[in-house]
Design a protein around this ligand. Structure first.
Ligand SMILES: Nc1ncnc2c1ncn2[C@@H]1O[C@H](COP(=O)(O)OP(=O)(O)OP(=O)(O)O)[C@@H](O)[C@H]1O
Ligand SMILES: [Mg+2]
Length: 259
């Protein structure tokens, strides 16, 4: 693969961002030889569970450790803290033969989150350069856009469920991309759980907002049961309706041309 692609997944809470990220990762694993970088940029850190892996630490935790050490005076004033923090963050990267995973996590303490975000943004810039494909599962809502965690992504997938709030959030994301001049090369709307009779509403919403539609992931009993029983979504059967929809989405967003 010659080109690199950074894909971020955003949208209202609970619309299916983590599900889409996991299913796209499954597609990448099945259709390419690439070891993708997957970033859980949601403080709730759900992605490792859904992927069936365990993470020792998050970026939030290591930055809290650093803050504590500074406060206790354990670090000499001359220690290059940014470099040290970066090194610690790299150590939290979970590497497997199928994908590498970094989780941002939550950070405690006032003002700390912003700092962690700045560090993460810098580290993401460095890290994504080492991978042909990077997938970022963003925090729900629009905050990450003002923090610019996902600036300079190639493809932003905005997920909406069949709800007014889902559309409203998608619209707000579109406005913010323009307002804060984020260098997103291409944005798409992705529907999740739209029944066939509402697909025209989804198409119209995409048109109204000004997003190209990448597709719709249908309601899928397999996704539910994998979630309920804690089975990794990567193992969902290939003929599951949700996964079949992913092949179309991968094609639409140009992933297929890369492999
Ligand atoms: N197409 C689908 N069919 C069936 N269940 C689904 C589908 N998409 C998502 N779900 C279920 O809906 C719930 C929310 O999905 P998911 O966690 O992917 O949303 P999210 O946008 O990542 O949420 P959050 O904002 O909390 O991070 C999960 O329990 C998931 O298993
Ligand atoms: Mg999620």
């Amino acid at each position: 693969m010659s080109r690199k692609i950074v894909i971020s997944v955003s949208g209202k809470g609970g619309t299916g961002k983590t599900t889409l990220t996991s299913l796209l990762l499954k597609w990448i694993i099945k259709n390419t030889d690439e070891v993708a970088l997957v970033v859980d940029a949601d403080p709730a850190t759900n992605l490792p569970d859904v992927l069936g892996v365990e993470l020792d630490r998050t970026v939030g935790q290591v930055s809290k450790d650093m803050k504590d050490q500074i406060e206790r005076g354990d670090l000499s004033p001359t220690t290059p803290k940014q470099d040290l923090l970066e090194a610690w963050v790299f150590q939290t990267l979970m590497e497997s033969d199928r994908f590498d995973l970094l989780a941002m996590g939550r950070s405690e303490g006032e003002g700390c989150y912003c700092y962690v975000n700045n560090v993460l943004t810098r580290i993401l810039d460095t890290l994504t350069k080492n991978y042909s494909i990077s997938l970022l599962d963003m925090e729900a809502g629009i905050e990450h856009l003002s923090r610019r965690t996902d600036r300079d992504v190639d493809v932003m997938l905005v997920v909406t469920d069949p709800s007014k709030m889902g559309f409203e959030t998608s619209k707000r994301i579109k406005e913010l991309i323009e307002e804060v001049h984020i260098g997103v090369k291409k944005t798409y709307l992705v529907g999740n759980r739209f029944p066939p009779q509402l697909l025209d509403v989804l198409e119209k919403a995409a048109d109204d907002i000004g997003f190209e539609l990448a597709g719709n992931i249908p309601e899928d009993a397999n996704v539910q049961s994998f979630n309920m029983t804690g089975k990794p979504l990567l193992d969902i059967p290939d003929d599951s309706p949700s996964y079949r929809a992913i092949a179309e989405i991968a094609k639409k967003i140009g992933l297929e041309n890369l492999v």
